[in-house]
Design a binder for this molecule. Structure first.
Ligand code: AVI
Length: 315
């Protein structure tokens, strides 16, 4: 059995036994899960990556023109292969600080960016950015620009999204700006196709969680007894991923027994979609005021520039 992260064990055992079974989405991303996610970003049905990249190609010059000089760009998550260089090339920052919980991804992406931007000081920080953290002393006096692309904010329920945006504000400090990608509400058919593609890559991504549980937690889950489901939850304005039992099934994980009746599901991910006003409300709830937002012709995705609002009395 591969060595398991104790937090993975705790989350899986508690999540499978919960009245509404659910496993936190972060566990979808082991090495295989991350590879499958990369594949998802290239699928014809998965519009977010393509649309956000096109927005950055088109508007990063405009974004840069609205910023201070000598900014330190702080990216929440290690630099993705195509989006980060687009911003860095336009902004010409004084320094770049990628923050990621995975040291391995952090080192790999920092290496790639060093090759592309040999004169840019890069200060990687291995940490979980959901909590406020101290930035390297080298960028203490620089104005900060947070960068949170990918619509990853959509994977957090509103309460956690606000906590996260507040943590970012506290990490970046007074006067900070934030460039954030948010996926917009749109036709349900388009959303369902993006999260249940014809080639079955998203299904493999979701089902990989069960393989991971079997490998790392000594599980004997018959993976073929589950199928991938993508559901639009209109009241919550989100796509939900579930793993649905196609027949009655019983299995053990880490020596504990679980049973699922046919049709019962394990909830594995939320991907919230925001209307124009919803995104502003979410940011405002966390102390960020929207300076400007850029969207594509179909209004499928937004890149928002926000600024940290100073504390003030309100009526
Ligand atoms: C990482 N995150 C923004 C993706 C999303 O669209 O919510 C994860 C994903 N899940 C299924 N497809 C993509």
């Amino acid at each position: 059995m591969a060595r398991a992260d104790p937090a993975f064990r705790t989350d899986v055992l508690a999540g499978l036994a919960a009245p509404i079974p659910a496993v936190p989405a972060r566990w979808l991303y082991d090495r295989r899960g991350s590879e499958l996610f990369e594949e998802i970003t290239r699928l014809p049905e998965y519009y977010p990556t393509r649309t956000e990249t096109a927005l950055l190609e088109r508007y990063s010059g405009e974004i840069a023109a609205m910023l201070a000089k000598g900014e330190a760009v702080v990216e929440f998550g290690s630099g993705s292969s195509t989006k980060t260089p687009l911003l860095l090339r336009a902004v010409h920052p004084a320094a770049y600080v990628p923050i990621d919980i995975s040291g391995e991804f952090l080192r790999e992406s920092a290496e790639a960016l060093r090759a592309e931007f040999p004169d840019l000081p890069i200060h990687p920080v291995e940490a979980d950015f959901v909590r406020p953290l101290e930035l390297p002393a080298a960028v203490a006096n620089a104005p900060k620009l947070g960068f949170f692309p990918g619509s990853t904010i959509g994977n957090f329920v509103a309460r956690s999204a606000v906590d996260l945006l507040r943590a970012m504000k506290s990490t970046l400090g007074e006067g900070a700006r934030l460039v954030i990608g948010m996926d917009r509400t749109k036709d349900v058919e388009i959303l369902l196709a993006a999260y249940d593609d014809a080639a079955g890559v998203t299904a493999a991504f979701n089902l990989n969680l069960l393989h991971r549980i079997n490998t790392e937690l000594g599980g004997d889950i018959p993976v073929e007894a589950f199928r991938h489901r993508a559901i639009w939850n209109d009241a919550m304005s989100r796509i939900e991923m579930h793993l649905e039992a196609v027949r009655d099934v019983a299995f053990t994980v880490a020596g504990e027994r679980f049973a699922f009746a046919a049709g019962a599901t394990i909830h594995t991910e939320n991907s919230h979609k925001y209307g124009y006003r919803d995104s502003r409300l979410l940011l405002r709830a966390a102390g960020w005021g929207v300076v400007r937002d850029w969207t594509d012709e179909r209004e499928w995705f937004s890149i928002i520039l926000a600024e940290a609002e100073p504390p003030r009395f309100a009526p």
